[in-house]
Design a binder for this molecule. Sequence first.
Ligand code: APR
Length: 243
Amino acid sequence: MAPMTAKASPRIVVLTGAGISRESGLATFREPGGVWDRVNLEDVATPEAFRRDPDFVHSFYNARRAQLTDGSVRPNAAHTALARLARERHGEVLVITQNIDDLHDRAGQDPLIHMHGELLRAICTACRERRAWHGELTTETPCPACGTAGTLRPDVVWFGEMPLDVERILAALHACETFVAVGTSAAVQPAASFVHEARSAGARCVEVNLEPSEATPAFHDARHGPATELVPTFVAELLGERG
Ligand code: APR
């Protein structure tokens, strides 16, 4: 009988940010005209903002949820290439996304970690039940589980809150052979430090981004251009389909 082996760690770990969804029509955060150019993150993306003005916070996320579910936004070639990589290298690929959109999910990415939560889910601050939520949320919406009104919030990680699955992420970074960052400015911790965790553990680190980021010097290889061009090419290389 073959000896029991621990669940193998993924050989390839990919971190994605808002840049991978840009060509699907979703704005990034820190580019000119980006989300944080149009609204102060302190007014919509902190627990204090939600306590201070829950109606304004709900309106911000209701607008983004509506955009994601109105049929105008679909996964692009970068999302589908990463999903193909995980299918063809079954068990060897883990995608960790900072994005709260569902484009990786709709592309069939599996496994997938949403370290900043998901726009299309809600959590009740009274009973902690979380569920898929595609419609509007208001301060009147009753929790379907406990019936309390006004306790539902977007199931997303706000500034000052703990990202999700950090232990699992760090274990994967420390065991992978290749770490790839796609479409992230490396402006927000802890994701900005993932390249250092992977590099110190001996992984080959590749950045795929429209332009150099704050973390570019930490990567062995940096490829700059649109994700829908560079990611399919890189995936083909990883699958041995091109030199
Ligand atoms: N292809 C590849 N990269 C792109 C593209 C594209 N078509 N368009 C933009 N980019 C790059 C930009 O150059 C930038 O470096 O994507 C990056 C987006 O950076 P940010 O807007 O800072 O987004 P992100 O890194 O995901 O932000 C991290 O900050 O506000 C929080 O929680 C939020 O998850 C988010 C986190």
